[in-house]
Design a protein around this ligand. Structure first.
Ligand SMILES: [Zn+2]
Length: 501
């Protein structure tokens, strides 16, 4: 049974995202057939490690499979040590999608304006924007952005909730969810119980200035503020709790529906065909063939004799990944996919299809944070949660870690060693994310290739996926044999880094 939103995924990673809100107008949708998730009906609240951090209660965070077929958009850039990664959902609802895209695109644009290339302080500025599902039901859906921004001295976290009607596609404002006058009073009372919180810092209307309205797993109303907005920056994001009993008197019927959709979620209705599938042929179906669930090992190749080379795809899986699998299958090539846990979670069947076709899957962390900015335990969580979801959804155990941006320090090496993963970098950077040109991507891959090269591309860009047949053809004509990174490297040592074979 089809549930929820109509599309499995379109990961659109446009360089131009920051300038032109990518409301999905230029991007083909992935096959809707792959969106079906017939067996998955559970929508458990996820563990805290995959959810929000804040001082105060945090909202219930749901498995995104609740919104089956959700489309995610990824924008990933690394320029002169300015690091940007943004990942946001699209619902096939024009008003909602535009508001959401605008929020993310504006945040990226502001960050680029604040930290222009070439003027960075000593540490690389980083922007990381993700999202979490807050609530789902036939009448209301909630999700929130989850932001981290590092400006060269300290990091700041932000969040913002979006509530909407999945039937009409109308966005709900705070006034649709609650009686704002009564809520202002309740918020002021809640603030009194929290030392160090000064609502006046948020201006004359703190409720209006609060970027997040959400519900705790027990149904309390949470009013969330960004880091530094109403308390000392060291407090992190702050959420104030209005207990459920009191919140009941503030919420409108829609607000109560939003609360119920947070604590007893159910699937929203399917969205109609704005998410029209792009035919990609039977070979690109992401639904694994039951007979092919055991990954086929790639053909044995002796890289001492053959001139081996490895193609690697980062930041997926996404909607173009299935098409890519068709290209690889037709060419008889196996590649290595460095996947994000958050993307595997959004596209479990695609991840499974990648493994079922005999490709290698490596870890690219859960949400693409610069690992050198995290504590050892945070690094362990980034790696461990991604290893677990790859095992669960793709059925394989990764051997390799590719740290986002190639950023490494002693803690990253140690964490990789603990996890039993070798660090797999690259020696050919095609800059496909930047050029968004099939021709230039082919040229860069072919020009840079040497015996033992590891070529970096991204399967979230349709221009890159389109380049793959020509890359394979041209490099084969030069005598290269395509292998996975593990085949190329042979025996590897956990924690050790490898740039080529
Ligand atoms: Zn990446």
């Amino acid at each position: 049974m089809r549930r929820g939103f109509a599309v499995v995924g379109l990961v659109l990673c446009l360089q131009a995202c920051a300038i032109t809100p990518p409301t999905g107008t230029v991007t083909p949708r992935a096959p809707a057939t792959t969106a079906a998730s017939p067996t998955s009906t559970a929508t458990p609240t996820r563990s805290a490690e995959d959810g929000f951090t804040a001082s105060g209660d945090v909202p219930a965070v749901l498995d995104p499979e609740l919104l089956d077929g959700i489309v995610t958009t990824v924008d990933s850039r690394s320029e002169f040590a300015r690091r940007i990664f943004a990942n946001w959902p699209q619902f096939g609802l024009p008003l909602v999608d535009e508001a959401v895209s605008t929020h993310y695109s504006d945040t990226i644009r502001d960050f680029e304006r604040d930290y222009p290339v070439g003027t960075q302080p000593t540490a690389a500025p980083e922007l990381n924007l993700g999202w979490h599902v807050l609530a789902g039901s036939p009448s209301v859906v909630g999700f929130a952005s989850d932001g981290y921004e590092f400006g060269g001295a300290s990091g700041a976290r932000s969040w913002r909730s979006f509530w909407f009607d999945p039937r009409s596609g109308a966005l709900y404002s705070a006034a649709d969810l609650l009686d704002r006058n009564a809520a202002r009073t309740a918020l002021a009372t809640a603030a009194l119980t929290r030392s160090g919180v000064d609502l006046a810092q948020a201006g004359a209307d703190p409720l209006g200035a609060a970027p997040l309205l959400a519900f705790s797993p027990s149904g309390d109303l949470l009013v969330g503020f960004d880091q530094c907005q109403v308390a000392a920056c060291a407090e992190g994001r702050v959420s104030l709790t209005i207990p459920r009993g009191q919140a009941d008197t503030l919420l409108t019927a829609t607000g109560r529906a939003a609360r119920d959709a947070s604590i007893h979620p159910s699937a929203p209705p399917a969205v109609a065909p704005t998410a029209s599938p792009t035919p990609t042929g039977p070979t690109t179906s992401a639904t694994p063939d039951p007979s092919a669930t055991t990954p086929k090992p790639p053909a044995k190749v002796n890289c001492r004799k053959a001139t081996c080379i490895a193609l690697t795809f980062d930041d997926g899986p996404g909607p173009h990944t299935q098409k890519l699998l068709g290209h690889l299958r037709r060419a008889g090539v196996h590649a290595t996919f460095f996947m994000l846990g958050s993307q595997v979670e959004a596209y479990p069947k695609v991840a499974s299809a990648v493994a079922a076709a005999g490709n290698e899957i490596g870890v690219h962390t859960w949400d693409h944070r610069d690992l050198t900015r995290l504590t050892p335990s945070q690094i362990d969580r980034e790696i461990g949660s991604t290893v677990r979801i790859i095992r669960k959804d793709a059925g394989v155990s990764p051997r390799l870690l590719r740290p986002p941006y190639g950023a490494m320090n002693a803690h990253v090496h140690a964490a990789a060693r603990r996890a039993g993963l070798a660090l797999a970098l690259w020696d050919v950077d095609t800059l496909d994310w930047k050029t968004r040109s099939t021709k230039k991507t082919v040229a860069a891959a072919v020009r840079g290739a040497r015996r033992g090269s590891i070529i970096l591309v991204h399967d979230i860009h349709p221009t890159t996926v389109a380049a793959v047949p020509a890359i394979i053809r041209k490099l084969r004509a030069k005598g290269y044999t395509f292998v996975t990174v593990s085949q190329l490297l042979g025996r590897t040592k956990p924690g050790q880094k490898y740039f080529h074979g």
